[in-house]
Design a protein around this ligand. Sequence first.
Ligand SMILES: [Zn+2]
Length: 104
Amino acid sequence: MKLKKGDRVRVRSGKDRGKTAEIMRVIPSENKVIVDGVNVAKRHQRATRATMQGGIIDKDMPIHASAVAIVCPTDGPTRIGYRFEDTASGRLKVRICKKCGGDL
Ligand SMILES: [Zn+2]
């Protein structure tokens, strides 16, 4: 999983294609991500003692990581590459944009 929470991504397929939003959560075991306001399911919630009110709740459902592309500030949607940086505490893996080579 190359994507991280907080990444800005462009949705490439599905009903929200073209949207740009932030990753709220990654689910590495399923190779899926939850993106803010993307793939929203309307859930009808019954009133319970705990919530006190029913109604329709919007819930962001996970989408496959391959359905989104990370957004580079200069190039827009791009692919993720890596570079390695030697530091005092060891070798660091840094994500870079495959188009411009800038850090992501
Ligand atoms: Zn770039």
